[in-house]
Design a binder for this molecule. Structure first.
Ligand SMILES: NC(=O)c1ccc[n+]([C@@H]2O[C@H](COP(=O)([O-])OP(=O)(O)OC[C@H]3O[C@@H](n4cnc5c(N)ncnc54)[C@H](OP(=O)(O)O)[C@@H]3O)[C@@H](O)[C@H]2O)c1
Length: 242
């Protein structure tokens, strides 16, 4: 693997993705961050010393168009972009069509996007590369279409690990529980719900982006070459990924 690796972090402008990008940048790697909001992304990239590439990871045409700006070789792909779209659209409009549309938004945002970006970059992944996709505790504890989408991420990851394994490329899901200092809840986490989520942990605290960074950087390391096809939980014991 190259000394200075090419790292791509989708959704790297805020929250967990920003912290992951910062850790790689501080380690001297070459970092590209992506996201939809140009201003947020370019400001983050300036702070990080990273390269911003603005596109919607869940839109095939946008991903296709972004390929020209993405690195020719990718050593670490962190599929971090995503989130619970119900927090943005209130779970969709009335009626079955509205329900289906809201459900599909979560699937697109969380699993189609990760699969799409990975597929688009498949021929640029270096031998020995690392594919890391950010899942969620919600895949196991349930959260409607968001939990279903993150569960699908885990199933998809298994086939990615199998397909890319012969080239020494690993594919793992890092699945956080409640993580503070992110835009994830879009102001919709009540104090009561937050306390309940913290109460479910064994260490009685919310996670931090750096808690996730520690695991992402480990599975991204050359030393972690025999860790693949796995779901690694970062949740303070709120769910046991035995
Ligand atoms: N925070 C938590 O408690 C928690 C827990 C479990 C799992 N997670 C997962 O952690 C990951 C990171 O979320 P976060 O907590 O750091 O929240 P966040 O601050 O909202 O970060 C999500 C980032 O992804 C980008 N993004 C979302 N959809 C995108 C798309 N279609 N195309 C490109 N970029 C997109 C957003 O930027 P733009 O809006 O500008 O595109 C944003 O920068 C997500 O996959 C989330 O599901 C979070």
């Amino acid at each position: 693997m190259a000394d200075n690796r090419e790292i791509v972090v989708t959704g790297g402008g805020t929250g967990i993705g920003y912290a992951v990008a910062a850790a790689f940048a501080q380690a001297g790697e070459r970092v590209t961050i992506t996201g939809r909001r140009e201003k947020v992304l370019t400001e983050a990239a300036t702070l990080l010393g990273a390269r911003p590439v603005v596109f919607d990871a869940a839109d095939p045409a946008a991903v296709e168009a972004a390929l020209a700006e993405l690195p020719e070789r990718v050593d670490v792909l962190v599929n971090n972009a995503g989130g619970n779209t119900d927090f943005l659209d209130g779970g969709g409009e009335e009626g079955l069509a509205g329900f289906a549309a809201a459900f599909e938004r979560n699937l697109r945002s969380n699993v189609v996007g990760a699969a799409l970006v990975t597929h688009a970059l498949r021929d640029r992944l270096a031998d020995g590369a690392r594919i890391i996709t950010v899942g969620s505790i919600a895949a196991h504890t349930g959260a409607g279409s968001y939990g279903a989408a993150k569960a699908a991420v885990e199933a998809w990851n298994v086939s990615v690990a199998r397909d890319f394994g012969p080239r020494g490329i690993t594919a793992n899901v890092v699945a956080p529980g409640l993580i503070g200092d992110t835009e994830f809840f879009h102001g919709q986490l009540s104090e009561q719900r937050r306390e309940w989520l913290i109460g479910n942990t064994m260490n009685k605290r919310p996670g931090t982006p750096d808690d996730v960074v520690a695991v992402v950087t480990f599975v991204a390391s050359p030393a972690a070459g025999h860790v693949t096809g796995q779901v690694v939980h970062v949740n303070g014991g709120a769910h046991l990924g035995k």
